[in-house]
Design a protein around this ligand. Structure first.
Ligand code: ADP
Length: 448
């Protein structure tokens, strides 16, 4: 087994990984920027190494500093968490070249799924249903026009290297295509250093449903059910739940088994999430994430399986400790992402937390690195806490969510808690009658 793990991340996910390591008797090494010197993950780790100044490119993305920290501390493995270097195939390769274990899939599989066109082609080969789109990248306007005519408007222009909800633009009709294409390529070049774009049919009212898979290095793969991440703002997830309120047990088993079989064929190892849009009963693959996801706790709540522990076990070469038949789904879980943001503009805000009280009671889990006196730095993601609620069914889970959100105190920095409570109070949300654009429409209506 692995004796010491370097956690190449910060915030709540660094704590999450640390907790799993501690329970497994594995020593931990935290890395941090100078802005995070007094962060909770640094305080709780067995050892810590400063890897650079505040900007992420100089610290949490500084591969040389991170590998040196692993070397100096004698770490045997690196856990990348999510974001930062988690889906950087070159980093995974460097980790392995240094004789360390990368807690994640092979660099080849990360690269394969990192290119959205190759990922889609692979999904087709693996027998998964995909969103209709252009054959490959569209190089010029005539090619884009031909593809759009074939797909039918509206279409979505997507960056091949896009991610995090960025690099997508909607084209309603032929008149807007030329300008949108030029802008999308420009933005893709500036944002991702790769100006290739492709077209996809725009689904008008989809839900976002993703399947969690876990595979070992011995050819075994199981699915751990789905998460419904339909509640989004600007293509970014805000609230996630498991199971999806729109799927029945048979549909769940069918898509889950299809994904697990695809992973066995691919020879995939580790945790992975296969993301689909779902509309009128049909699934359409959009992408695969080759890492632990922000929303993984809802799966842990309904299955009782510690995903980080399993991730470390399979990275160490152990076979899966359970079969598909042993995976049981109990009750309902919802995750509320709490971000530090301005309530008017909904943009990230930094500041010092003056008072903090986390909710408790049965079925309440808080994943956060907050404490009173903590200064939320302006340099990183605005996610400061995740409230994960579990109960016997969705209705009780929502009531418990309201109780727990009302109990949460975070003073000193504004948060999106009022927005989360507004979502919770909405009848359409309660009935689960919404699509990925619902929250955007709600906010736009409130603004006028
Ligand atoms: P990213 O890698 O940036 O997260 P995804 O491809 O996973 O991008 O898509 C993120 C979100 O964008 C989806 O959950 C969905 O809300 C929206 N989206 C993506 N593709 C389509 C599509 N073809 N039609 C409608 N909405 C889409």
């Amino acid at each position: 087994m692995i004796g010491k793990i370097l956690i190449a991340n910060r915030g709540e996910v660094a704590l999450r990984i640390l907790r799993a390591c501690r329970e497994m008797g594995i020593e931990t090494v935290a890395v941090h920027s100078t802005a995070d010197a007094s962060a909770m993950h640094v305080r709780l780790a067995d050892e810590s190494v400063c890897i650079g100044p505040p900007p992420a490119r100089d610290s949490y993305l500084n591969t040389a500093a991170i590998l040196s920290a692993a070397e100096i501390s004698g770490a045997e493995a690196v856990h990348p968490g999510y974001g930062f270097l988690a889906e950087n195939a070159d980093f995974a390769q460097m980790v392995e070249d240094h004789g360390l274990v990368f807690i994640g899939p092979t660099p080849e599989h990360i690269a394969l799924m990192g290119d959205k066109i190759v990922a889609k082609r692979t999904a087709v080969e693996l027998g998964l249903p995909v969103v209709p789109g252009s054959e490959g990248p569209v190089d010029d306007e005539p090619a884009a026009r031909r593809a759009a005519e074939r797909l039918g408007y509206p279409v979505l222009i997507k960056a091949v290297a896009g991610g995090g909800g960025r690099g997508m633009s909607l084209v309603e009709g032929p008149a807007g295509l030329g300008d949108a294409l030029r802008m999308a390529r420009n933005e893709a070049r500036l944002g991702f250093g790769d100006d290739r774009v492709y077209l996809e049919k725009f689904l008008a009212r989809p839900r976002h449903i993703e399947v969690q898979v876990l595979a070992d290095q011995h050819g075994n793969a199981v699915h751990l059910g789905e998460r419904d991440c339909t509640l989004q703002r600007r293509h970014q997830k805000v609230v996630e739940e498991a199971p999806s309120p729109v799927l029945g047990a048979r549909e769940r088993a069918r898509i889950g088994e299809q994904v697990a079989a695809a992973m066995r064929r691919l020879g995939y190892r580790g945790l992975g999430t296969v993301e689909f849009l779902w509309q009128d009963g049909d699934f359409y693959f959009i992408e695969m994430n080759t890492r632990l996801q922000v929303e993984h706790p809802v799966t842990e709540m309904v299955t009782g399986i510690d995903l980080v522990r399993e991730q470390v076990r399979v990275a160490a070469g152990k076979p899966l400790g359970f079969s598909q038949d042993a995976v049981r789904f109990t009750g309902h879980a919802v995750e509320w992402r709490i971000t530090a943001e301005d309530p008017q503009t909904l943009t990230p805000r930094a500041g010092t937390v003056t008072a903090y009280h986390a909710p408790g009671g049965p079925g309440v889990r808080v994943d956060s690195a907050l404490y009173a006196g903590y200064a939320v730095p302006p340099h990183y993601d605005s996610l400061i806490a995740k409230l994960i609620i579990h109960d016997v069914d969705r209705e009780m889970c929502l009531r418990r969510s309201e109780r727990a959100l009302a109990e949460t105190v975070i003073d000193g920095v504004p948060t999106n808690i009022p927005l989360l409570r507004r979502i919770l109070a909405d009848e359409a949300f309660e009935r689960s009658d919404y699509d990925t654009n619902w929250l955007g429409r709600l906010l736009a209506a409130a603004a006028t």
